[in-house]
Design a protein around this ligand. Sequence first.
Ligand code: ATP
Ligand code: MG
Length: 355
Amino acid sequence: MKTFNIAVIPGDGVGQETVPAAWRVLELAGQLSNAFAVRSHVFDWSCAYFQRHGHMMPENGLDLLKPFDAIFLGAVGFPPVPDHVSLWGLLLPIRRGFDQYINLRPIKLLRGITSPLCGYHPGDIDFVVIRENTEGEYSNSGGRLRVGTPQEVVVQNSVFTRFGTERVIRYAFNLARASRQSLTSATKSNGINFSMPFWDEVFQEVGEEYPDVKQVLYHIDALAAYFVTRPQTFDVVVGSNLFGDILTDLGAAIQGSIGIAASANINPEGQYPSMFEPVHGSAPDIAGKGLANPIGQIWTAKLMVDHLGFPDVGANILEAIERALEKGHKTPDLGGTDSTQSVTEAVMTELRHLY
Ligand code: ATP
Ligand code: MG
């Protein structure tokens, strides 16, 4: 039986609660399936660490993480520390340094959950968003001239490379071919007249190799509306860094609560470790109260299990989550009265029943 070494970064706020909760489920899944074991190495990198040391992680942070099989992250963010510090000090260096160019986010209406969209039932909404994760609009390139004057000019560049665009679109096509029927691309080539026509060209070129995959192109504004008016029509959706970011938060909302949404930052070649983190942040308003929904983190653990090569075990984790929800085990964000711990225990109980 293989033992995986996992770098665990609980981070700030509710990450301190959801990560240990999901870790229990992960360990149990390995034991019950007899498929794998996990060994954790916990790193205390966070905004609290920043306040002590002046940086989010040590200078050799990436070297320390590199030997691990995967990285399991909670959330970083703490009100007195500006968001861009945690983003540029920890999340982006890991995503970019480890070339985790795929950000994968499942959007699925789980059993036991009511979508804020009327009339949808579990199973109706079930798709995956692939967000480009290393370039595009989040480029750190640009500048400000004549700051604070009426003549101020601000430039923020987007950087799209053929290499970066092709590989994310190809990954999305492969996913669509393997498990789904159609691939929808988010564009805005009517208004953004260099990068988006280029994106469309690459989509079309790569798409010629996938005649079996239905190919759909929507402008981002229309696509956002379709996420609300007909989410049942999507299978795989691919978008640039910014468009993917916005779409996946919208996707998290239509599946009921940001507290249940999961994501994976994947380096598909396996040259570097991939990182698994829930969509939600550190939720300082509810941190430390035992109210955080652990399901986003547990679903994230499921994505990690899939990635490590055990999709059957991953499927059982999701099944256990759905059974626990169906029985009414819900934290307050889903209208329930359960705690982080009682939801976690309910999921573990259901998982035991599956073996
Ligand atoms: P950060 O700066 O870390 O991104 P944030 O406050 O900007 O934090 P979130 O942490 O995602 O963003 O919080 C947004 C809202 O969603 C808050 O009201 C929070 O309480 C709620 N929320 C986030 N995660 C959870 C969770 N796991 N369970 C319940 N509610 C959550
Ligand atoms: Mg935030």
